[in-house]
Design a protein around this ligand. Sequence first.
Ligand SMILES: *[C@@H]1O[C@H](CO)[C@@H](O)[C@H](O)[C@H]1NC(C)=O
Ligand SMILES: *[C@@H]1O[C@H](CO)[C@@H](O)[C@H](O)[C@H]1NC(C)=O
Ligand SMILES: CC(=O)N[C@H]1CO[C@H](CO)[C@@H](O)[C@@H]1O
Length: 735
Amino acid sequence: MIFTSLTTIAVCALALVQGAPTSNERSWEEAYAKAESVVNQMSLEQKIGLATGMGWQKTLCVGQTHESTSPYFPSLCLQDSPLGTVLASNVTAGVSGINAAATFDRELMYKRAEIIGTESRGKGVNVQLGPSVDIFRSAVSGRGWEAFGEDPYLQGVAGSEYVKGVQSQNVIATAKHFLLNNQETNRMKSNSDVDDRTIHEIYAWPYARMIDAGLTAVMCSYNLYEDVHSCENDKLLNQILKKDMDFKGFVMSDWGATHSTVASANGGLDMTMPGDVNMGDGLSYYGKNLTAAVERGDVSEGRVTDMALRIAAAHYKVGQDKGFPEVSLKSFDRENEPEVAVTSDEHAKFVRDIGAASVVLLSNNDILPISSEGLNKIAIVGSDAGPPLLPLTTHLNEEECEYLACNDGTYAMLTCILFFLKGWGSGSVDFPYIVTPTEGISKRAGESVEVVHTYNDWDTEAAAELAKDADIAFVFSKAPAGEEFITVEGNNDRKNMTLWNNGDNLIQAVADANKNTVVVIHSTGPVLMPWIDHENIKAVVWPGLPGQETGNSLADVLFGDVNPSGRLPYTIAKNKEDYAAHISPKYNIEYTEKLALGYRHFDANDIEPLFAFGYGLSYSTFEYKKIKINTNRGKNDVLATVTAFVKNTGDVDGAEVPQAYISFPESAGEPPKVLRGFERVFIKAGQQTKVTFEFKKIDLSIWTEESGWTVPEGEYTVHVGSSSRDIHQTAAFSL
Ligand SMILES: *[C@@H]1O[C@H](CO)[C@@H](O)[C@H](O)[C@H]1NC(C)=O
Ligand SMILES: *[C@@H]1O[C@H](CO)[C@@H](O)[C@H](O)[C@H]1NC(C)=O
Ligand SMILES: CC(=O)N[C@H]1CO[C@H](CO)[C@@H](O)[C@@H]1O
């Protein structure tokens, strides 16, 4: 069964049927007051009902809590994913988290999340299982693409915008996976061995920022820390999350990550998901087991009240207690159920725009944007430019998927349609349609241009033949990855950093044949580029995982309708060995790099990356001037303010992403520099704009075990530039 024209699958222009959000968010005080008035009337069993999932595949949602009838408290529906609503049709398949990060644009990050929130609400989803803020510790980690890259500051900003956007739609956002879940290999049984300072400054940092932004739920992870499972880890949940970071919402387990009754309840777990002891067995560590533990006195009733209060307060805080829609999901084997449509033309337009804004232009030797002058023929090579061979929304069993090769077609999120979650893991959603790169480019090129293509990745001779007399040749390749419970060609974490499907040979063959070769790569993370210095490769384009509008977003940038401004949210190294951290096959995963992760490690060890963190080209040029510092110790928590002027010195309008990196005083023991500010600014050709970076106490602090967050005394340097390796202006101040 091969579906040749997937794009004819209804491009739904759907009326939004869900009502508008009903009420504004409440403060935690107001939310707790409401929660107390209800929870104080509940029996022990009713409180435990809030904390216990009804079981795997027992309801339409991937997780659902029990209702309380008198006093009334609704059953809450929990549903993946960090990029939309899974197991549902008529939803938007937007850009991945890693693309949101690549925009370096707070407004786009917020707007993306607002759409995720609107659609979740429309589907009756109370608890949205995103954002993921797992730090991209290893360049080949399987789920790095769901989150926001290698830098904790960037993760903190992107995570906070996500929380604000989703919660503005009366939906509870869930930050995950707490904590130290940075690889898929052995994720159920490995122990992450990390020192306290590194935990606070790198891995817990984004959570602290999201808590400031009003975060209502956290998901604890599969792995262990200090030889204790995360979901019963007193130090992680009670001490760091709830005490040090003052988290007032609730903690749910990852699916099947609960391993006990008493230790979990006392260790800080507020809700077990999906409820079962083993997924689908109908038993539970909470439910009756928790009632018995309270009756025995092993868990206090006060602790159970705290669980129920945290859950109820989250619900009231986001204002989902009035007019919240009914659940409407396709779910597991009910794909013929009628479903509310929540996608729209407006959402699709946004996906196209943010897709274009997240394209990173890695190199460009005067070939882009494509000029229509003398353009008669375009060649497109590679399966990564074409349609998936499988339908985009159907259940298929594993044999069918393997038979048709799961990694066929353009890589826009996940193209493997497998089992019930059809993608590669719970971080995916169904595509309503997909505009392939070939379609996007052909449409934009217009009828006067001949576009020829081959999707055969293995016949390099045919590819060269096709490319040789084209005015410009695009060669596409990819490197997918995904969640642990599905393995494709032996990968979840990627086994290597090489392109898939013969990519390097294909690129080499096309470049040998055509002197205007443009390479386009869809990847979850860095890949090796042995062909990077080939003289015929005139540009390398890096669009990430852009979702349903992938071809249109790409064409917008290739033809210059959008001036690229995407930036790398991770470092692309020349060699795999250049990275600080690697996937560990051991039980005990030692985070020996400590604070020197990603670009911090490249800086500390003076290693030249292939493409630096924060890097990305524009069709214009920018000049930085007049950096100025004001120190205002103690005022509104802001210790220093830095301003600079950025001028668009080219002849096209475009956005620039000035970034501010801080060097701490020598004595602080920090890596050479760390990101502490960025701003995406749109500047017309010839114009200039002022950018301002404010550094708060937390931005200039380090974590010490003796005194917590501390501002070290001494000289700080601010570096303002357009990437971590392209610093234009520097200034110093003392605190
Ligand atoms: C209570 O938990 C144990 C595992 O510790 C499990 O075997 C048992 O079936 C559970 N009881 C119920 C009623 O779910
Ligand atoms: C890397 O892994 C991919 C995907 O499994 C595979 O296609 C490729 O051949 C591997 N490359 C090397 C050099 O092993
Ligand atoms: C209301 C609406 O447009 N529903 C559509 C949802 O998607 C399915 C296919 O997955 C269509 O058949 C429905 O028409």
